[in-house]
Write a protein that binds this ligand. Structure first.
Ligand code: MLT
Length: 242
């Protein structure tokens, strides 16, 4: 039985994930935003590898049913209707809409992971439901890959912490001798054991500091508040749906 963590999608090749059960994590904030939007009634979220791609994908679509969302340096992209804040994804704004989302690290990571089957999406906000689904996938396949979005092509504390919590939940009851973890999975597990909890771990990250600097500290609190949503979005055929 095997669990692999990838701290960033950098260098991931199609064959690394093809046909494997995959979980994608960008807890600050893209995957939290996606879970929240879908829980609040969005029809689907289409992740784009760049803002230009998001604009291109929507070019010929009727504007009534869609929303363009995304960030650069944490802030809303000019001309887009929404940024990347989960607190913007209220039922009044997103219900019935398809959201085309472009973020710095999160949506490129999703696009890189789309060969997985299934590709599950989550964070702290839906953690228990995500862990249950990932555990079911792992029992069936004896294999799981966790892709962290990371930050600027580097390790991100908040994503690795979430990966560690997930591994702990998924491997429960599996005899250690039967389980192979890659180095990143082992370190994630150690990290999860060392940190105090969601608020502490996420709050200690570079991403939290950066969000705080641009007045988005409430988003960090929102993203670190676990287990409020029960949906586990699945990414298939280029769209993420609940
Ligand atoms: C990302 O995709 O890099 C993050 O979600 C960025 C952010 O939180 O603004």
């Amino acid at each position: 039985m095997r669990i692999d963590v990838y701290f960033t999608p950098l260098g991931l090749k199609e064959e690394d994930l093809a046909g494997r059960g995959v979980v994608v994590i960008d807890v600050l904030r893209a995957t939290t935003t996606i879970v929240t939007a879908l829980a609040n009634g969005a029809k689907a979220v289409v992740p784009a590898a760049s803002s230009e791609e998001a604009v291109r994908l929507t070019a010929n679509l009727a504007k009534g049913g869609i929303l363009l969302a995304g960030e650069r340096k944490s802030l809303k992209i000019e001309g887009f209707q929404l940024g990347n804040s989960p607190r913007e994804m209220t039922p009044e704004v997103v219900a019935g809409k398809t959201i085309f989302l472009a973020t710095t690290n999160g949506t490129p990571a999703l696009v890189a992971a789309q060969g997985g089957a299934p590709v599950l999406v989550g964070g702290a906000v839906n953690f228990t439901a995500l862990a249950e689904r990932a555990r079911a996938v792992f029992s069936e396949r004896s294999d799981l890959a966790i892709v962290c979005a990371g930050r600027d092509k580097q390790f991100a504390l908040e994503d690795a912490y979430t990966a560690g919590r997930l591994i702990k939940a998924v491997k429960k009851g599996v005899p250690p001798k039967k389980l192979t973890l890659n180095d990143a999975a082992q370190v994630s597990l150690d990290l999860a054991a060392q940190q105090g909890g969601w608020q502490d771990a996420l709050g200690a990250s570079d991403a939290a500091r950066m969000l705080g600097e641009v007045g988005l500290g409430d988003d960090v609190k929102f993203c670190a508040n676990p287990d409020r949503l029960k949906i586990v979005p699945v990414y298939a055929d280029r769209r993420i749906a609940a």
